[in-house]
Design a protein. Structure first.
Ligand code: IPD
Ligand code: CA
Length: 264
């Protein structure tokens, strides 16, 4: 199964590369921060047909289909983001990827994330480790002071500006520095690869984090929502991830920042 998934995701990544030099058809979904291109749609359609041929009994949950077809009763479900980092893709930044997870009864069993511009291929099977190319990943556990903080700005949700910034203000003086790459799936893979120690975003969708969360966990990274609970695979959720020591410090700091805010 993993081999087949990798092949399909790499084919999808190759489609993304054909966009170089092509004119992009950009459509605003809910507004100028929420965009879709013809490549999001085409790649999702390719993935739907290839994945459903691979496992016809599985459900299919994907960004450009939304939550309307939940397929919740099915044992297996593919959770798919045809392009994570669509705004980067449109603006000409290279941090974007194809992200595919296969979950069984609410637990992610396989995750594949492929960034075609950098040709980085991340994958994991539950219980069998995470890999970048052929190299097994093990994220080094550093304290917060020696960790880069990655974050997502939850840009579609005005109501999340204040809590996102409250966490940022509390964390920024404690960490080595911050980075904002624009693809949550890749952020989680970057933690797995040991490039950064912590990541948070106040609201994401399952297709943003399903595959990346397994890859990060299999490399020794803790991944929860901001409350410390299991991530929801059927609804939007927050994400807090980090190597164990950095995660614990970040969780304590986040709890304090959000509690302070609720007093005001
Ligand atoms: C977005 C990216 C981004 C995150 C947004 C996501 P999209 O996904 O993962 O990093 O901050 O919240 O929606 O729209 O590029 O697939
Ligand atoms: Ca996404």
């Amino acid at each position: 199964m993993l081999k087949e998934l990798i092949h399909i995701v790499q084919q999808a990544g190759a489609l993304l590369l054909t966009a170089r030099g092509e004119k992009l058809d950009v459509t605003e979904k809910t507004g100028p921060r929420d965009l879709v291109t013809q490549y999001d749609t085409q790649i999702q359609e390719y993935l739907r047909s290839a994945l459903m041929e691979l496992l016809p009994e599985a459900g299919f949950l994907a960004e450009e289909a939304g939550f309307d077809r939940p397929d919740r009763e099915k044992e297996w479900v593919f959770i798919v983001d045809p392009i994570d980092g669509t705004t980067n893709f449109i603006q000409g930044f290279q941090d974007c990827c194809v992200s595919v997870a296969l979950a069984q009864r609410g637990a992610v069993r396989y995750g594949v994330v492929y960034a075609p511009f950098s040709q980085e291929l991340y994958y994991a099977k539950q219980g069998e480790g995470a890999y970048l190319g052929g190299r097994r990943l093990s994220a080094p556990d550093r304290d917060l002071a020696h960790s880069l903080l990655l974050f997502g700005s939850g840009s579609y949700y005005r109501e999340l500006v204040a809590p996102s910034l409250a966490i940022f203000s509390a964390a920024f003086p404690q960490v080595q520095d911050v980075r904002r790459f624009g693809s949550a799936a890749l952020d989680l893979c970057y933690l797995a690869a040991g490039r950064a120690g912590v990541f948070y975003e106040c609201r994401l969708c399952p297709w943003d984090y399903a595959a990346g969360s397994l890859i990060a966990r299999e490399a020794g990274v803790n991944v929860t929502n901001l409350k410390g609970g299991e991530l929801d695979l059927w609804a939007k959720d927050s994400v807090l991830a980090g190597t164990p020591a950095a995660y614990a410090a970040m969780k304590a700091l986040t709890d304090r920042a959000l509690a302070e805010r609720s007093k005001t």
